[in-house]
Design a protein around this ligand. Structure first.
Ligand code: NAP
Length: 437
């Protein structure tokens, strides 16, 4: 009988799945585990800090957590701290909502040089992911190259290109804001291995690059076809046509701005160059390498699973049959289908996995399992400190209290600070009195 469900991962796909399940079966008890002390996964650490509107979906999830049927169990890594095998003993069904947290490798020489970063690490750094707080990226040269022509690459060049004033209402972490503001950047490169019609960014995101105060997009008119090549998926054709129009508009610009954003199409990276750090990027067919002190690859992600979690296949996803991995074990989101689509894509897909799960259990007569009660004791015995929903709310309150003017929050970005802020006030260290340091 389906009664207790564990969801591993509190990003959008996991929480949309919880929502879909509870809409149909309000009697269910669902526990959402996360390795991090904070919920929301991609919404907190992936969505760009200046796209606050996209993060508004968390209000819906907050209501869900307030409803009494959904628990947050943060600061517990399933697979590492808590084996999946043990978890499964307590829950009738387990949903893997792991996301895709590992950067895909470029597979070219020089990719390990200091100054070359994957987008997971780089975006994580400016978005306050505690694993990347101390990345301290080298942003000290005038040239910065971003490989990839998806929306993540667009996010990165925009965050690097905006002025501090343009980021006022964002939640860009102060440790990153200071480094970016001080960076002597004059040339940003966004590099696609295919042509303008194949670039995967969407039109609204591309158009935004044309409205930045200090950045001028540079597009060579000769690189742009007049129309779309044949064979483009009709569902995609509208976006691609709009993209082409925007790129033509960029190519027609003649204004001068202190930062140039160069769109390089049909440019295949061959090697990251440098002796002890990144100094440039060699592109196939171009005699002169790009001069760049930083190379960021934004070429997609793959799912990484630790311990006894099912391992991803060579495509970076957990093998599944329409969301079903094994009896009682399901997968949703990027771990199911790969890193594609926007946040609302996950709503529909998570609903279809929830429907499948409910159908699978429709005739199940086995007694329901115990849920988290016995597990809580085991977690305590292991010395694991669970950060629950009230703990997260204390973190959130501390972040709101620390926000600079105009910004919604100043994220706590290190493990110790997050865990400390989650403690109830009576266990917080006393604040220094006036005159004390
Ligand atoms: P993506 O859209 O798949 O883009 C990846 C880019 O990397 C493509 O241009 C791809 O080129 C290129 N690439 C892959 N392997 C490469 C290699 N070895 N060398 C050079 N280039 C390589 O992925 P993403 O940008 O990481 O975005 C992930 C998902 O999140 C997407 O669905 C995206 O739309 C979504 N997202 C949405 C927003 C938003 O809505 N504002 C913001 C961020 C992310 P090819 O096409 O040639 O493979």
């Amino acid at each position: 009988m389906l009664h207790h469900i564990a969801i591993i991962g509190s990003g959008p796909s996991g929480l949309f799945c919880a929502d879909a399940l509870l809409r149909q079966r309000p009697d269910l008890k669902i526990d959402v585990f996360d390795r991090l002390p904070t919920p929301y996964g991609l919404i907190r650490f992936g969505v760009a800090p200046d796209h606050q509107g996209t993060k508004a979906v968390t209000r819906q999830f907050d209501r869900l957590f307030g409803g009494g049927s959904l628990r947050f169990i943060g600061n517990v890594a399933v697979g590492a701290d808590l084996p999946l095998g043990r978890l499964s003993e307590h829950y009738d069904a387990v949903v893997l909502a792991l996301g895709a947290h590992a950067d895909r490798a470029l597979g070219i020489p020089g990719e390990d040089l200091p100054g070359r970063y994957g987008s997971m690490a780089f975006v994580g750094w400016y978005n306050g992911h505690p694993d990347f707080r101390h990345l301290d990226p080298l942003l000290d040269a005038p040239g910065i190259a971003v490989i990839g022509m998806g929306n993540v690459a667009v996010d990165i060049v925009r965050v690097l290109g905006k002025t501090p004033a343009e980021m006022t209402a964002s939640d860009l972490c102060v440790h990153a804001a200071e480094v970016i503001a001080a960076a002597p950047v004059t040339d940003l490169y966004i590099i696609g291995r295919r042509g303008p019609a194949e670039a995967s960014f969407t039109s609204a995101e591309l158009a935004e690059l044309g409205r930045l105060e200090r950045v001028r997009p540079i597009v060579e008119k000769a690189d742009l076809p007049d129309g779309l090549p044949s064979g483009i998926d009709p569902a995609e054709a509208k976006i691609k046509e709009k993209n082409l129009q925007i790129l033509h508009d960029f190519a027609a610009r003649t204004d001068d701005r202190p930062v140039k954003l160069h769109f390089l199409f049909h440019s295949i990276p061959e090697a990251v160059l440098g002796q002890s750090r990144v100094e440039g990027l060699k592109l196939k067919g171009r005699a002169a390498p790009l001069s760049a002190g930083t190379v960021i690859s934004a070429i997609g992600y793959r799912t990484a699973a630790t311990g006894d979690l099912p391992q991803p296949n060579q495509n970076g996803i957990i093998p599944n049959d329409n969301g079903r991995v094994a009896p009682g074990l399901y997968v949703v989101g990027w771990a199911k289908r790969g890193p594609s689509g926007t946040i609302p894509t996950n709503r529909l897909e998570a609903k279809s996995v929830a429907d499948r799960m409910l159908a699978d259990f429709a005739d199940d007569t086995a007694p329901a399992k115990s849920g988290s009660a016995a597990l809580d004791t085991w977690l305590r015995q292991q010395g694991l400190t669970v950060i629950d929903w009230p703990g997260w709310k204390r973190i959130e309150a501390a972040e709101i209290a620390a926000a600079r003017q105009g910004s919604p929050r100043e994220k706590l970005a290190d493990w110790a600070g997050l865990r400390q802020a989650a403690l109830p006030s009576e266990t917080q260290p006393a604040a220094p009195r006036a005159g004390q340091q």
